[in-house]
Design a protein around this ligand. Structure first.
Ligand code: PLP
Length: 442
């Protein structure tokens, strides 16, 4: 039976939207009018009592689902103790979090960590740290990358021109190169044995380093192990090992931006672990504290060697956010991450079955619960179909499924890592129906 269509927004939601429109910064990118009242696990309800499955999870944030009882309890208990102490002082939750991050960091010999409040701050910290440590001025980022919207991170962000339009000049010294996208490769490979990862690293070594950006001037590469906003892209397996070799050859640091793909979302704690590559610095945020604002810049101890006063903040390590992060990581290590791997495989298989049925699906890819579904006008030309994707996302909302787009015509499938078999099957049934509706409206 087809899922029922809801008339949205309801009257209470409409009233809030009207009040909001009068006072909100118009810069927020909002795709459809969902006004939340409450959430539990993978379910959310709007102010008019409509129920939804949340497969956006606050842009891949609500790792343990909405209001996991252990997280709520830890935050409540902390709120009874103290709400704030600045990073000039010490508290148990902060130090315990750093110890855990040192134990789980994708480095052989532990880590030192700087705590902040968001993804963009974790990236700003990484950029400053890389310059400070190497005493080199320049960086390399990737087309399609997203790293935040403050001036330093924005200078690397290159997933949509609207994010940069009107804000030039940014931070000087950032060169962009193509990210190896197996579905839409930008660089030619030489022969059948050649690989896209090798072609990308060769492009950097033979062209960028020899013409405009000498390697001895480069402090770091800033790269997402799986590209998020750029379209949920999984790079080919040869890319990161070769990039690591290139870094080692020239004394360049490798910064892995795991803000979106990290913290168990791919079924591993860190996405980059898949390729057996050790970065030098990792940026984390989003899923780390189940929705409370917390960012972390995690570095090899010898890299994070700056002196007191070189970097700091007021709110980083907020006790409520630390309490949430400590419980979140414990839950991840005790079954939640495993569930992400299992449900990811279930969803990937279900989505591949939908691809066999719906011609508009050009590609399905991902790891764990970091999955992208790309819509195309024609499977041979691979021309993106953003209009169909947008129609499908809107219809999904009206049928009780929250989704978010990314790239040019991709939908991301990012439920909480606690999602159940039944919820995955329900989402697949809604997707099947609404993709059919969007195709029929062509
Ligand atoms: N890095 C990546 C990979 C992201 O996906 C994002 C946000 O989507 C950021 C950094 C910026 O994080 P925030 O929005 O918390 O500043």
């Amino acid at each position: 039976m087809s899922p029922a269509r809801m008339e949205l927004p309801g009257p209470k939601a409409q009233r809030l939207l009207q009040r909001d429109a009068a006072v909100v910064s118009p810069s927020y990118p909002r795709d459809y009018p969902f006004v939340i009242e409450r959430g539990r696990g993978t379910r959310v309800w709007d102010v008019d009592g409509h129920r939804f499955l949340d497969f956006a999870a606050g842009i891949a944030v609500c790792t343990t689902g909405h209001c996991h009882p252990d997280v709520v309890r830890a935050v409540q208990q902390q709120a009874e103790q103290f709400l704030h102490i600045s990073s000039d002082f010490w508290h148990e939750g902060f130090t315990a979090l750093l110890e855990t991050l040192s134990a789980i960091a994708p480095f052989r010999d532990g880590a030192k960590t700087f705590i902040c409040n968001s993804g963009t701050e974790s990236v700003e910290t990484a950029i400053k740290l890389a310059r400070h440590h190497t005493r080199r001025p320049r960086f390399i980022g990737f087309h399609g990358g997203f790293h935040g919207r403050t001036m330093g991170s924005l200078s690397f962000t290159a997933s949509k021109a609207t994010q940069r339009r009107g804000f030039f000049p940014g931070m000087p010294g950032v060169t962009h190169v193509p990210f190896p996208d197996p579905y839409r490769p930008r660089l030619a490979v030489h022969d059948a044995d050649d690989r896209l990862g090798a072609a990308t690293v060769r492009y950097i070594a033979d062209l960028i380093f020899k013409t405009e950006c000498p390697p001895e001037d480069v402090a770091a590469f800033l790269v997402e192990p799986l590209q998020g906003e750029g379209g949920y892209i999984v790079p080919p397996p040869d890319f990161f090992p070769l990039l690591r070799e290139l870094c080692d050859r020239h004394g360049i640091l490798l910064i892995a931006d795991e803000v979106q793909c990290g913290m168990g979302r791919t079924g591993r704690m860190w996405a980059i672990e898949e390729w057996g590559v050790e970065p030098d610095i990792v940026c984390s945020a989003k899923g780390i504290a189940s929705g409370l604002p917390l960012g972390a810049t995690i570095a090899k101890p010898e890299v994070m060697s700056w002196k007191p006063g070189a970097h700091g903040n007021t709110y980083g390590g907020n006790p409520l956010a630390c309490a949430a992060a400590n419980v979140t990581i414990e839950l991840l290590r005790n079954g939640v991450m495993e569930n992400a791997a299992r449900q990811g495989a279930r969803l990937l298989q279900g989505l591949q079955a939908l691809q066999a049925k719906h011609l508009s699906i050009g590609d399905v890819r991902g790891r764990g619960l970091f999955i992208g579904v790309e819509f195309v006008k024609d499977r041979h030309t691979r021309e993106p179909d953003a209009a169909l994707r947008d129609r499908m996302v809107t219809e999904a909302f009206h049928h009780g499924l929250l989704l978010l787009g990314c790239g040019r015509s991709v939908v991301r499938i990012t439920p909480p890592l606690t999602v159940s078999d039944a919820e995955c099957d329900e989402a697949l049934a809604i997707l099947d129906h609404v993709i059919g509706l969007a195709e029929a409206a062509q």
